[in-house]
Design a protein around this ligand. Structure first.
Ligand SMILES: O=C(O)CCC(=O)C(=O)O
Length: 290
């Protein structure tokens, strides 16, 4: 993000709710994240196996292990890692190097100090990993902050074939006539879109709203960063390739609203089955409780 185009980026971020920053991290940083990803994916696999071998379920395991990495299995395979979370709690390089850099990036864009709210890595395994259209804010509203910025960092190229993200061209414009609840945020009043409640589609934006949105695929190279706020609708299709499409998501909230990272993960460890924590995600959990 250089100083010459910062005003244009700011304007686009406020208007669209997202921006793409090609190759925003250095090669050293992406190499660090690659190492972290390999170590944490291995740890997640070991955890899923150990819990199964002990005839335990993940809810009980996490209730008893509040500082453990959170491994969430795939919808159709309880031994395959769909995502893992609590990266900052687990990885010193992420804590000391990556998060401060992302904070700087977001500060440059918004002029505001942000603190980490949550983090995760989606594995997006071959044959799976579709995320239905949703707004992230729906999954965060049990905590005080009403606005968040997520940095999605791609560890693999994201393509049409392997399930890149889709964002609206300009949802505020496309849905200008929609009457819905609006929330005051640092970038203006943003809409909470009507979504399904309960059942398999819990948290997904209603179909008639999705149909009014002009969805644009955002393909990305490994090392690209996409910054998006917690109101912009987004989704991704399943991975139709033979390789994973890994991406880490670091979600921040304005520092002025407080630091909720540990409170968020204490709640997530204690309430692993709470549907709030599995909105629009392709995880084993959705099959079992919804
Ligand atoms: O990883 C993806 O393809 C989509 C992620 C997403 O939409 C989310 O986690 O909210």
């Amino acid at each position: 993000m250089n100083n010459t185009n910062i005003n244009e980026l700011k304007e686009r971020f406020i208007q669209q709710g997202f921006i793409v920053l090609p190759q925003a991290l250095s090669h050293t940083d992406t190499a660090t994240l690659e190492q972290v990803s390999q170590a944490l994916n291995k740890r997640s696999q070991e955890l899923l196996k150990a819990v199964k071998d002990d005839n335990q379920n993940l809810s009980d395991f996490y209730r008893e292990n509040l500082s453990e990495l959170i491994a969430v299995p795939e919808f159709d395979n309880d031994q395959k890692v769909c995502r893992y979370e609590y990266i900052k709690g687990y990885s010193q390089p992420v804590r000391d190097i990556i998060i401060p850099k992302l904070q700087q990036m977001i500060h440059k864009l918004t002029g505001t100090d942000f603190v980490l709210f949550k983090d995760k890595c989606n594995a997006k395994n071959p044959g799976g990993g579709a995320f239905e259209p949703h707004q992230d804010i729906i999954a965060y509203d049990q905590f005080a902050p009403a606005y968040h910025v997520t940095a999605a960092i791609f560890l693999d190229d994201a393509t049409m074939e392997n399930g890149c993200l889709f964002f609206p061209e300009n949802y505020q414009h496309e849905l200008a006539s929609l009457r819905t609840r609006r929330v005051t945020t640092p970038v203006g009043d943003l809409p909470v879109l009507p979504s399904y409640e309960g059942g398999k589609a819990h948290g997904n934006i209603r179909q008639e709203i999705c149909d009014q949105i002009n969805w644009v695929p955002i393909t990305a190279k490994a090392g690209d960063v996409v910054l998006f706020d917690s109101y912009v609708p987004h989704c991704s299709k399943k991975n139709d390739s033979l390789l994973t499409r890994r991406a880490m998501f670091f979600t921040f909230n304005p520092l002025i609203d407080g630091d909720f990272y540990e409170a968020y993960y204490t709640m997530k460890h204690q309430e692993f089955d709470n549907p709030k924590f599995h909105i629009a995600t392709p995880t084993a959990h959705r099959k079992s409780v919804l």
